[in-house]
Design a protein around this ligand. Structure first.
Ligand SMILES: Nc1ncnc2c1ncn2[C@@H]1O[C@H](COP(=O)(O)OP(=O)(O)O)[C@@H](O)[C@H]1O
Ligand SMILES: [Mg+2]
Length: 252
């Protein structure tokens, strides 16, 4: 399963992806997280210290693209053996979670980061996954990547919403675009939930109710301030993570 995430800036996309990754790992699944945010911080969020060790997949360029084949036993990607080891260069494993980083995209002029996005799109569409393998794609805020078709390979898009009107407006816009792009499944996830009223507000405001709600968590705030991996707070929000994962797996 390939799961992408979207939503207004700062609503908790990276946080929820990290927690979902930790929950998947805990439940014995193979998980690969691809950080496709132009200012990536998934690595810090899951507790990777030497971020500079990671070679951005934007550097792969043509190298792996045309050379797909089948390599039994190779997790996540079915690539010709000649490049299989090369893939390892672009991947890091931390606490059982594999991580790839797309690479900083310089679009100061508002231009298209097309080469990077092409790499990502082709990588995503070429990944052949076994039933226990899950790819999580963390992305920038906004909806441009939907337009560019970067996430056309995703099976499921999660749209994170918090209990504010502006977050809901953004979410509705994203959903429309995602439908146009043809992503098969689109679900909302509520974040920063303080009480039952927040849940009710979101449930009433959205076209379909969120498949999971994450609390506004003191543990997450503290971990972020103390520079601890957000994944370390999983025990405090595990019920939400478990609900999210169950919903993702059930409807599939
Ligand atoms: N459920 C939550 N409880 C408390 N703080 C949260 C929660 N979700 C996210 N945050 C905090 O909000 C900030 C933005 O979260 P982040 O995941 O980086 O958002 P995004 O990836 O959507 O830009 C971070 O400081 C994060 O620690
Ligand atoms: Mg983020």
């Amino acid at each position: 399963m390939k799961i992408a995430i979207s939503g207004k800036g700062g609503v908790g996309k990276t946080t929820i992806m990290a927690l979902l990754a930790a929950q998947l790992q805990k439940e014995g699944r193979d998980v690969l997280v691809i950080d496709a945010d132009p200012s990536p911080h998934m690595a810090q969020t899951i507790g990777v210290e030497n971020v500079e060790r990671i070679t951005p997949i934007a550097d792969m360029k043509e190298m792996l693209i045309e050379r797909s084949g089948k390599t039994p036993g190779s997790p996540f990607y079915q690539i010709n053996p000649q490049v299989d080891d090369l893939m390892e260069r672009f991947m890091l494993k931390h606490d059982g979670i594999r991580l790839m980083v797309l690479g900083a995209i310089q679009t100061g002029d508002g231009g298209c980061a097309c080469p990077e996005n092409n790499v990502l799109r082709r990588l995503l569409t070429k990944l052949l996954l076994g039933p226990s393998q899950v790819v999580l794609l963390d992305m920038e805020a906004g909806v441009e990547h939907l337009g560019r078709g970067t996430i056309a390979g995703a099976d499921h898009l999660l749209i994170v919403v918090i209990p504010t009107q502006s977050s809901i407006r953004t979410a509705a816009r994203i959903k429309k675009l995602a439908k146009d792009v043809g992503i098969p499944r689109i679900s909302y996830v509520g974040n920063l939930i303080r009480d039952k009223d927040d849940e009710i507000f979101l449930t009433n405001a959205l076209e379909t109710p969120p498949i999971a709600f994450f609390p506004d968590s003191a543990a997450i705030r503290k971990a972020e301030r103390d520079r601890l991996p957000i994944t370390s707070t999983l025990p405090q929000v595990e019920e939400s993570a478990r609900t999210l994962l169950a919903a993702l797996m059930n409807k599939g």
